[in-house]
Design a protein around this ligand. Sequence first.
Ligand code: CUA
Length: 157
Amino acid sequence: MHVHKYERAWLIFGLAMLAVFLCLLAVAAVSNDIVPPSGMQQIDPSTVARTPPFDKPGLRRLPDGSYEAYYVAQVFSFNPAVLTVPVGAKVTFYVTSTDVVHGFFVPHTDINMMVIPGWVNTETHVFRTPGEYLLICHEYCGIGHQNMFGKIEVTKV
Ligand code: CUA
């Protein structure tokens, strides 16, 4: 089979670049100790139900008036399914999974996380507009994925 010399040169260049970028990716992953986004806390997925504060998921009010919301994601639901917060509340979400990778996405806010078993992911949001917010799993997690959702009710005070 005849391969034109320019075609061969570009093929070799393409493959070489692929190899170079794969090496750079591997070096960066190892040297920077790459972990899931904002995954600062680790947790044993098999003991989540017994590990405080995830043994009692839900909302906590802090002395400074802000809130913490602890969520457990599992096929195919969020616990708590419904969260009620007063308008203006600053809520820091702590989310973990007991089984597979899930998503934690609240449209019309900047809450958009991956929920990875073994890790606690966090994000803080201030709910300035009252109403009902949908919480959806946006990582395919199995046959009931499309039924995995929750609700955040932001109430007027
Ligand atoms: Cu959980 Cu998709």
